[in-house]
Design a protein around this ligand. Structure first.
Ligand SMILES: [Mn+2]
Length: 311
């Protein structure tokens, strides 16, 4: 039916509240995949509320980005329906995510996955490997997530990075919490963990991240607890001493210029644990990343013209 005839004026229920012209699947370069999955979390639960809180907050954001002097949404942002959680075996949920992401990757879309707990990232990475066989993963988190098994499953959110390291190169940033077992694994496998603290300013850390990241294709996974709890209290497992907003943006700006970000995820927002500013911060971060990816031309995200036509 014609747009806006039933309740006008109206703001559509999708990321950024975009009208159909800028949010159809076919025309959109970015596809938001909400994954309200929260099954293996160990401390505070509630990340299943994360995707809907981020999308609700995004509908109040400005479309114009003063830093980029552009409206990144002109590249199109399609919001998919929430992926149905499988609350039995977490391994089944990983495969469900992988299947959804693989379909979008084949259509040349830059996938923006909103969690949900961080174990879903393994599915995101698996979904991109067929189209990006040289994929590397940039993993931003307060926690190493390198346990081989936790609470009875190898797909617990504390094991995600370990499963990814078994698939492709993994570079971690912002880690400030791990077990002795994980520390041994890091040393044995020589997992690059770039420190991000007062002793290592961003100007020193960013070149280290780029040097450690093989290219050209990169999947970026952001556990929101990588940010300091003073900025991002709404997470299930907060850790003091985290990244700041400007530093995180500086890193993302640099990575998007130097590599092709094929997709990314924001995980672990637990809206009930913090002020509403946290959901808004997460939504802004997602849109900032889309802007960085889009502003770096054909090198970043998107896909070949043939892939775009197939979409
Ligand atoms: Mn974490």
């Amino acid at each position: 039916m014609p747009w806006g005839t039933l309740s006008s004026p109206s703001v559509p229920h999708n990321f950024l509240g975009l009208e159909p012209r800028r949010s159809s699947l076919r025309a959109s370069r970015f596809v938001v995949l909400p994954v309200p999955y929260d099954s293996t979390t160990s401390y505070k639960s509630g990340t299943r509320e994360g995707p809907s809180a981020i999308i609700a907050a995004s509908r109040h954001m400005e479309e114009y980005d003063p830093e980029l002097q552009d409206e990144p949404c002109r590249h199109g942002i399609h919001t998919l329906a929430e992926l149905e959680p499988h609350t039995g075996d977490p391994a089944v949920m990983v495969e469900r995510v992988a299947t959804a992401v693989r379909r979008l990757a084949r259509r040349g879309k830059c996938v923006v996955m909103l969690g949900g707990e961080h174990s879903i990232t393994v599915g995101g990475v698996k979904g991109f490997l067929p189209t990006s066989p040289d994929l590397a993963v940039l993993y931003l988190d307060a926690h190493a997530d390198l346990r081989d098994e936790y609470l009875g499953t190898r797909y617990n959110h504390g094991c995600g990075a370990r499963r990814i390291a078994e698939l492709c190169p993994l570079v971690q940033v912002g880690i400030r919490s791990m077990s002795r077992e994980e520390a041994h694994y890091v040393a044995e496998r020589k997992i690059p963990i770039i420190p991000w603290d007062a002793a290592t300013p961003a100007v020193e850390a960013i070149p280290q991240v780029l040097a450690a990241l093989p290219g050209p294709d990169v999947y970026v996974s952001i556990d929101l607890d990588v940010l300091d709890p003073s900025l991002m209290a709404a997470v299930g497992t907060p850790e003091p001493g985290g990244m700041g907003w400007q530093g995180l943006l500086a890193l993302m700006r640099a990575v998007s210029r130097a590599r092709r970000i094929v997709g990314f995820d924001l995980c672990e927002l637990c809206p009930g644990e913090g002020p509403v500013a946290c959901a808004y911060t997460a939504a802004t971060l997602a849109y900032k990343l889309m802007g960085y990816v889009a502003s770096n031309g054909e090198l970043s995200g998107g896909g070949s013209p043939a892939q775009q036509r197939r979409a």
